[in-house]
Design a protein around this ligand. Sequence first.
Ligand code: ATP
Ligand code: MG
Ligand code: MG
Length: 561
Amino acid sequence: AAASPSNFIRNIIDEDNRTGKWAGRVETRFPPEPNGYLHIGHAKSICLNFGVARDYDGVCHLRFDDTNPEKESIEYADSIVDAVRWLGFTWEKNGTSHQYFASDYYDKLYAYAELLIERGKAYVDSQSADDIRANRGSLTEPGKNSPYRDRTPEENLDLFRRMKAGEFKEGEHVLRARIDMGSPNMTMRDPVLYRIRFAHHYRTGDTWCVYPMYDYAHCISDAIENITHSLCTLEFEDHRPLYDWVLAELADAGVFTRPLPQQIEFSRLNLTYAITSKRKLLQLVTEGHVDGWDDPRMPTIVGVRRRGFTPEAIRLFCDRIGVTKVDSWIDMSVFEGALRDDLDEKAPRTAAVLDPLKLIIDNFPADLSEPCTAPVHPHHAERGQRTFPITRELWIERDDFTETPPKGYFRLFPGNKVRLRYGYVIECTGAEKDDQGNIVAVHCNYFPDSKSGTEGANNYKVKGNIHWVSAASAVPAEVRLYDRLFKEAQPDAGGRNFLEALNPDSKRVVQAYLEPGAEALQPEDRCQFERHGYFVADRYDSKPGRPVFNRIVGLRDSWAK
Ligand code: ATP
Ligand code: MG
Ligand code: MG
């Protein structure tokens, strides 16, 4: 199997394969809670879990970790299915789907809890939530045993069954593991396994009023599904002894056989200029700071998809950042760099004028429309040529003309010559202004023997080379110029209010003119607008005859110092 050097997890699997621990079996899982849309941090976990399974001829389960009734929904679950598929992964193997729901295990989870009670390993605690918290102790103080800790299994079983039957109010009782209130690891101080919640669950409805806690449900779900390597983020390191405790107790009780799934932690992805907390992303949406979960500025999978990122670029990015145990920040430029590397090869080239200014070639015949050609891709002649006309009136970029050129400015100014890319050399003669002194058109003359690709072209040495589109055949389009959503690298660092770091210029909408042919691009088709960057036809808003493009990323990193 392929091993990226930084991927210590693959080293563990290689070692397991060497010792025969799992008889060569590799089964991982990606366990999202369907309480929001997935974000780029999840993509790291997806690429890791599904990538490992693929490379070792194993399988990765898509498991909905849906044990919190309050915030989960089918809408979120569906969006997760779409996101994982779009990223290029599958949970099917040999015709079997490995999509699971932790909520399908409620019966088993409950039965195992009764088993733990019978074996003296769990008890019903009737302290108030405040007392439970106070008696947990602290990092420097051991906890205090609950006065209910020594209830008999019979008494516990009776109370737990009545909890399930709905006889008690929320918070009146909880089920706790009976481990060690003096443990230096706070997680092991008799953690809560079940609590009462009179909440409607999106799949099980009102069947249940006791719900399992994450630490209890997760390890058991892994064991039920025969997971070999359970990969999770570093904050669960302290929970690993509990993961192992629950499974060992149930193995001792004869429920599971050894070897038991192994939890392995890796560092979560922190990406600069982005936020990877579902709660904060939800806040951006509900408070209207962005146009929904799939706003192209959002670091959600639906957001980056709509922005124009490719699954290949996201996978390339995840490969490049690797998997370690060291918490760190990855710079947004690494993400954007992977995208440029992917799109530079793929994206056909086209001309687009985003801030149009009229250019009039005074000595060009008014009724002439002359074809010009350019490569679809500069490094791939086999992809052919594009053809577009040059005419007397063109659109050029407003900032490709100035009346007062600063030093080093080689584009259009009165008296200067430039090449119209794939067309002719022109010489600027002046500009027209309106009453307010705004420039409304630039005038020039062309040199008929200077056309690109002809003998005569070599006689002209000019430093400026600007793009243009014929006014007569240009395709008008809405272009959304997206930039980073935050203007600071770590918008939520140090508990700061991340809303204050929002970039007020993260979205600008312009009316542009595109090279003819651009109207044929289909939603989600990507291209390079020469000299500008990479753009995508908007997945939802781009329509035949009314194209809408999103800027994915510029050609260069304009944020680098
Ligand atoms: P959030 O904190 O945004 O709510 P979460 O971890 O609670 O995220 P889950 O739906 O439980 O969200 O995540 C599913 C999986 O994705 C988990 O295994 C989790 O560890 C992993 N994951 C979540 N965020 C990141 C991240 N930033 N980097 C790597 N993996 C992540
Ligand atoms: Mg979670
Ligand atoms: Mg969370």
